[in-house]
Ligand binder design. Structure first.
Ligand code: NDP
Ligand code: HSE
Length: 434
């Protein structure tokens, strides 16, 4: 039976994502009605600048008073695409207090306050859906939360930020400069309102926290995630990576410890072999590997940012929440029953690529090798060559290690810096994906 009374939607935010959500809601209205079993109506649009011209949006729907919109009594579902912590947090909480389910794309808020928001949704018997918060258009949250609910996820590794992948890809493939590539990503609508969140790894760390919580059924907050951004990655790093048959990607890596008693969550740039599937992820695309005990390795791939791809994920959630509402049911809530501690980065086992500028004289190689041995770090390969810039009496030494705890690797680098024969550490990068 088709319900004729429409489900009323309040759209909070009408920028890159919100404007595309509104456009698809309008152009696909008939299909959405059929899929949901009731019409959905855009009943109000909250923004910051009411006088801005918004194509396809009836100006009568636009307001700057989002709170009044939520309190007016006829709203069934809220779509929050404002971003940031406040006022988004208060508005979502207000929506729950007024019996309104929420769809949000706000990873920063979910990574910081997800537990409280899930608790509020549960307390009021409402939905909180957030597929768009991680990896743009890619269905990832729901497959991990629902399709893999009967399996045991042990590892998640992937590219979860479109802006930084776009920048790194441009630097690698066209030799573009960092700022030029960032400006292009911003113009294409990929970057956050403050792109520092992208390039310093905060956005990827927020997504990592959300995914770790879902994967390991535990609470992982943004602060638990080890984070390094990509602003230090240089053309020289790409040249080094190329010589090793690698490229550089900003990765999010989440792992359950072998004894199952703890987890790790980290975001940092890493060299990966060109033969690895993540190496061929171009532009603002994202890709995530999920390793589950019974399923084996799954790969999720697709557009990771941008208005239209992200709106696709928001609309998928909207349909699900509308269906739940008509069925007087809710979807699955948070599953965080394990309370596993998040181990520090020092405990993570990884490999380093280290490029040193050293004195070109007898005994230097032995001294460097001894320093690695003293820290229990085994060397995989060493390559020495004269400095390309022709600096006299200096050589460049590139060491790639075997796997070792990160604390031992960073301890080795600190000790190397103190050697008289080491003139400088030109670059350090972790090596993943082998
Ligand atoms: P934009 O900056 O383009 O849009 C933000 C919108 O929120 C604007 O319409 C703005 O109004 C409105 N707004 C800001 N402050 C207020 C306020 N106090 N009250 C009411 N409205 C307000 O952001 P995006 O669309 O890019 O991102 C929105 C959310 O989606 C963020 O959480 C982001 O992380 C997430 N996201 C974004 C993706 C992307 O590719 N862009 C991908 C995945 C998720 P006005 O138009 O008047 O300025
Ligand atoms: N700024 C984000 C990115 C948007 O570039 O990945 C998608 O979450």
């Amino acid at each position: 039976m088709m319900r004729t009374r429409p489900l009323k939607v309040a759209l909070l935010g009408c920028g890159v994502v919100g404007s595309e959500v509104a456009r698809i809601m309008t152009t696909h209205a008939d299909d959405l009605t059929q899929r949901i079993g009731a019409p959905v109506e855009l009943a109000g649009v909250a923004v910051r600048r009411p006088s801005k011209v918004r194509e396809g949006i009836d100006p009568a729907l636009v307001t700057t008073d989002a709170t009044a919109l939520l309190k007016r009594g006829d709203i069934d579902i809220v779509i929050e695409v404002i971003g940031g912590i406040e006022p988004a947090r208060t508005l979502i909480t207000t929506a729950f207090e007024h019996g309104i389910s929420v769809v949000s794309a706000n990873k920063a808020l979910l990574a910081q306050d997800g537990a409280a928001l899930h608790a509020a949704a549960e307390q009021h018997g409402l939905d909180l859906y957030y597929e768009a918060a991680v990896a743009g258009a890619i269905p990832l949250v729901r497959p991990m939360r629902e399709s893999l609910a009967g399996d045991k996820i042990n590892r998640v590794m992937g590219i979860v930020n479109g802006t930084t992948n776009f920048i790194l890809d441009k630097m690698d493939s066209t030799g573009a400069g960092y700022q030029e590539a960032l400006d292009e990503a911003t113009a294409l609508g990929y970057a956050e309102a403050d792109p520092t969140a992208d390039v310093e790894g905060y956005d990827a760390a927020a997504k990592a926290a959300i995914l770790a919580g879902i994967a390991f059924h535990t609470r992982v907050r943004l602060d638990d995630v080890y984070r390094e951004g990509m602003t230090e990655v240089s053309a020289a790093d790409f040249a080094s990576a190329k010589r090793m048959g690698c490229t550089i990607k900003l990765l999010a890596i989440l792992e359950r410890a072998a004894d199952g008693q703890s987890v790790t969550a980290r975001v940092h740039p890493a060299m990966i072999p060109l033969s690895h599937p993540l190496a061929s992820v171009r532009e603002a695309y994202n890709a995530v590997f999920v390793e589950a005990e019974a399923a084996g390795r799954l790969m999720f791939y697709g557009p990771g940012a941008g208005g239209s791809p992200t709106a696709s994920a928001v609309l998928g959630d909207l349909v699900a929440v509308c269906r739940n509402k008509l069925a007087e049911a809710t979807g699955p809530g948070e599953s965080a029953y394990t309370q596993l501690p998040v181990s520090p980065m020092g405990d993570v086992v990884t490999r380093y690529h280290i490029s040193l500028d050293v004195a070109d004289k007898p005994g230097v190689l032995a001294q460097v090798a001894t320093t690695f041995a003293e820290h229990g770090v085994s060397i995989d390969t060493v390559r020495q060559q004269g400095r390309p810039d022709g600096v006299g009496n200096e050589a460049s030494l590139v060491v790639v290690t075997h796997r070792a705890p990160d604390a031992a690797l960073s301890g080795t680098v600190e000790a190397l810096r103190k050697l008289d024969t080491v003139r400088g550490v030109a670059s350090i990068m972790r090596v993943e994906g082998e």
